[in-house]
Design a protein around this ligand. Structure first.
Ligand code: 13P
Ligand code: SF4
Length: 309
């Protein structure tokens, strides 16, 4: 629309003036995705944050993602347009909870999903995202206790695929908990020619019938984005946050994508509007800073993860 055009122009001008880069997650509103310099999943976005030459990173995503960028790039100014954009998963575990587990499991390894606060990362040995979790867990020694957190579905999925024994924190994502095996089975039945692309935070990923189903593929958001490229199928059911369809439809205009639910969206990801993005650049708000005593510890598990990827 015309109103968007004016905002887009203003954002581009401010971006040049501030030498800023706009990073956006695939779950952001489509109009935000459209103006991002880099659109990605949580792993890709943290790699971009590590490598950018910009002075300012404007992070259109949720708080833990911007915080991860601030941990990786302390010399840059990291801005989040909507500081109240949280994440139910990141909020499900505290640093004190991990410290207690470690006390009872001396020598144990804590593996945390990147959807965690800086304080939790500071108590973590290895970070993972859904894109590299299997690879990282498979590379770790088998003879020490392991705690995986905070996502119970991703944890159970990793345990089933790798056979690795581990304690699993019982957190979950309030969007992906509704993607159950019953729902996946219903769509497999209703779309018999489609492949089913499932994010591993989904409850369905703990069901072996789903994991061994020939039309079901489990992958991170980037894995889901790449799958259609190598598939002869024309139709795909997308079992994750529905705004991923914006990029899928843009990338593969000749293929058909069916969201498994349009009802369960990540409301935190939708908080950021174009006005908020413009204001972030205009007023250089809201800066995300991590105290150095936390940052110096939280960087270690992130660096270990980035070396694996
Ligand atoms: P990705 O690692 O696939 O980007 O997922 C992040 C997330 O928050 C999923 O809900
Ligand atoms: Fe967090 Fe779930 Fe939203 Fe991802 S979709 S940011 S895990 S609440």
């Amino acid at each position: 629309s015309g109103q968007h055009e004016a905002l887009y122009r203003e954002i581009e001008e401010l971006k040049a003036k501030r030498n800023a880069v706009i990073l956006a997650h695939y779950y952001q509103r489509p109009e935000i995705q459209q103006i991002a310099d880099y659109l990605g999943d949580s792993l890709g976005l943290s790699q971009q944050a590590a490598n950018t030459k910009a002075d300012v990173i404007v992070f259109c995503g949720v708080h833990f993602m911007a915080e991860t960028a601030a941990i990786i790039s302390p010399e840059k100014k990291v801005l989040i347009p909507t500081p109240n954009a949280g994440c139910t998963l990141a909020e499900s575990v505290t640093a004190a909870g991990l410290a207690t587990w470690k006390k009872y499991h001396p020598g144990g390894l804590v593996v945390s999903y990147v959807n965690t606060t800086a304080e939790v990362k500071a108590e973590t040995d290895y970070c993972v995202t859904s894109a590299n979790a299997l690879k990282v867990v498979e590379a770790l020694p088998k003879d020490v206790p392991m705690l995986f957190g905070p996502d119970k579905h991703l944890g159970e999925y990793i345990r089933k695929v790798t056979g690795r024994e581990m304690d699993i924190w019982q957190g979950d994502c309030y969007v992906h908990r509704y993607i159950t095996s019953e729902l996946v089975q219903k769509y497999l039945h209703d779309y018999p020619a489609a492949d089913m692309l499932i994010h591993p935070e989904s409850a369905a990923c703990t069901d072996e019938d789903i994991l061994k189903h020939p039309r079901c593929f489990v992958g991170s958001t980037t894995g889901i984005m790449k799958h259609p490229e190598h598939s002869s199928k024309d139709t795909f059911v997308i079992a994750t946050e529905p705004d991923t369809l914006a990029e899928l439809c843009r990338k593969y205009p000749d293929k058909t994508f069916i969201p498994i639910s349009t009802e369960h969206c990540c409301e935190y990801m939708k908080l950021t509007s174009l006005e908020d993005l413009r204001n972030a650049l205009l007023y250089e708000q809201h800066e995300v800073r991590v105290p150095e005593n936390i940052r110096s510890k939280a960087i270690l598990p992130i660096e270990r993860m980035l070396h694996f990827s």
